[in-house]
Write a protein that binds this ligand. Structure first.
Ligand code: SF4
Length: 220
């Protein structure tokens, strides 16, 4: 199977089985998504969704968040991983948005990565989810699933994986392919014990063929 055919089969599978995949973060505006994505680093979406309602109630927009002090915001973030850094990042981010971007969320990766706490992955999420730009955010799930399925080859960094994925995935599907790969990694292709028995991509998965099937045969 050529690499192009592999991509076609994987994308067709997800298109058929999950045609409306979307982020599991709950948000109502670009501002809310940005806050949620910053909070989601090293943390589950579920935990973030439990935390954000209180933050958005107290700070409904960038302008109000820019008035927050560390001591006011920190208690609302305490239950999330790295609360110190994330509190500082959110306040710094709000200041920069008000001072340099007129209180609006910029919609280019180049501008977004200037914000405290916002790296390339977060910027790719924001621009692809809000604006359907063809930007692929590579997190740990995307990185792992893409490698196991043979979509990426010898990619040692998220950026290398991102470059390979955007090269082969049709532009108009990149924003949804990000969710397909994340959700597959979150619920089926788990890091330690992938649920290959439940996976509809098993027949074309090189990882299954090389690593899992031999174990099944040997009965271990
Ligand atoms: S067959 Fe297994 S390893 Fe391959 S994508 Fe499916 S769950 Fe992941």
């Amino acid at each position: 199977m050529t690499r192009k055919e592999r991509y076609q089969q994987v994308l067709a599978y997800f298109q058929e089985h999950n045609p409306t995949a979307e982020t599991e973060l709950i948000y109502d505006s670009p501002y809310q998504l940005l806050v949620a994505v910053v909070l989601s680093a090293q943390c589950t979406d579920k935990r973030v969704n439990m935390t954000t309602p209180a933050i958005f109630a107290k700070y409904p927009d960038v302008q109000t968040l820019a008035t927050a002090t560390f001591d006011e915001l920190f208690p609302l973030i305490r239950s999330i991983s790295y609360p110190n850094n994330k509190t500082k990042h959110l306040i710094g981010m709000a200041h920069m948005l008000v001072n340099d971007f007129g209180g609006e969320i910029p919609m280019t990766v180049e501008e977004l990565v200037k914000l405290p706490g916002v790296g390339r992955k977060t910027a790719n999420v924001i621009t692809s989810v809000i604006d359907e730009q063809p930007n692929m955010a590579v997190d740990t799930h995307v990185f792992r699933v893409a490698a196991r399925l043979g979509l990426t080859r010898n990619a040692t960094t998220p950026l290398a994986a991102e470059k390979q994925l955007v090269q082969y995935i049709p532009k108009e599907q990149i924003h949804i392919a990000h969710h397909w790969l994340i959700l597959h990694g979150r619920y089926i292709c788990l890091a330690r014990s992938p649920k290959c028995g439940e996976c509809g991509l098993r027949a074309i998965c090189p990882y299954y063929k090389k690593k899992i099937k031999p174990l099944e045969k040997s009965g271990s």
